[in-house]
Design a protein around this ligand. Structure first.
Ligand code: ATR
Length: 276
């Protein structure tokens, strides 16, 4: 007799070698006593569907999806949650009965990090979202659900910001502008652009930041990102990178798959310790 099969999960992307998700989910599984494996799957360009088929042949039950396949996963899912529909992107797949459920836990992860971990009161706050790509699109509905006074989207290509503002305007007070036209101080500035990757910062006026502004970068790396370094130089005293968002979106995926909500605090501390 063989023992009970261990349930299989994973993360698919290209590249995935740098992904912290296998470690995060291993820590969640240990903490909650869930018997599961979680493997990284590097799918070469054009090989996404083959990678999924192979994963299913191995008995896989759920996947996280990272760059560049969140759009492919969105099209692949046979059923979508409303938040993945709003984001037009899927970061979590779950095979259930005869369906493939597509969810997007990124925005929820961001909002949980902001409100629960960082203690930020989103309601009635003035929020600036930098960027209008996929990462921004996933954040807008979850942010608006907390009734900020205003959500301004600023982007280098202003038309993309306008498209997003128009699309989400039924959900709350959202507007769009270019970086140079930003006026006044914000309570929260979220950088969703990939500018930090190139060591660049979006050219926003220093007057948008005060010592009380929470400056948040969805990116994370060893040490502060370019945007957070800039924010500190403008006098911001409350800064956070995307490590908390990463752990919280993982917890949402874990909950979807296993029906158990892990305690993210110790896992976040462990990931931060390893990144420091
Ligand atoms: P993602 O899915 O990570 O959001 P994306 O859809 O390619 O990736 O979007 C990248 C975002 O970063 C966009 O808002 C992009 O601005 P444009 O729409 O004008 O291209 C923004 N971005 C990338 N590099 C930037 C830079 N150096 N300065 C400012 N914005 C930048």
């Amino acid at each position: 007799m063989t023992g009970k099969k261990v349930d299989l999960y994973g993360v698919v992307g290209h590249p995935v070698g740098h992904s912290r998700s296998p470690l995060i989910h291993r820590l969640f599984a240990e903490q909650t006593g869930q018997r599961m494996d979680y493997v990284p799957i590097d799918a070469a360009p054009g090989q996404f569907l083959e990678a999924l088929a192979e994963f299913r042949r191995r008995g896989g039950q759920g996947l996280n999806v990272t760059l560049p396949y969140k759009g492919d996963a969105y099209r692949f899912a046979t059923r979508l949650t409303s938040r993945s529909e709003a984001a037009e992107a899927v970061n979590t797949l779950c095979w259930r009965d005869k369906e493939v459920l597509g969810d997007n836990t990124d925005g929820a992860g961001l909002v949980t990090d902001l409100t629960a971990n960082l203690g930020f009161a989103l309601t009635n706050s003035r929020v600036l979202l930098l960027g209008a790509g996929g990462a921004a699109r996933g954040a807008i509905a979850p942010l608006l659900a907390h009734s900020p006074a205003e959500l301004v989207i600023a982007n280098r290509t202003v038309s993309r910001a306008h498209d997003l503002a128009k699309r989400f305007s039924v959900m709350g007070p959202v507007s769009a502008t270019g970086f140079g036209d930003l006026l006044g101080v914000f309570d929260l500035i979220i950088n969703s652009t990939s500018a930090s990757l190139a060591g660049e910062i979006p050219p926003l006026p220093a007057t948008t930041v005060s010592s009380k502004t929470l400056c948040y970068d969805m990116m994370y790396q060893k040490g502060p990102t370019t945007f957070l370094t800039w924010a500190g130089m403008q006098g911001a005293t409350i800064i956070a990178d995307g490590t908390g968002m990463l752990v919280e979106q993982a917890a949402e995926s874990f909950f979807l798959w296993r029906g158990v909500r892990p305690d993210t605090g110790p896992v976040l501390r462990e990931i931060r310790r390893r990144l420091s």
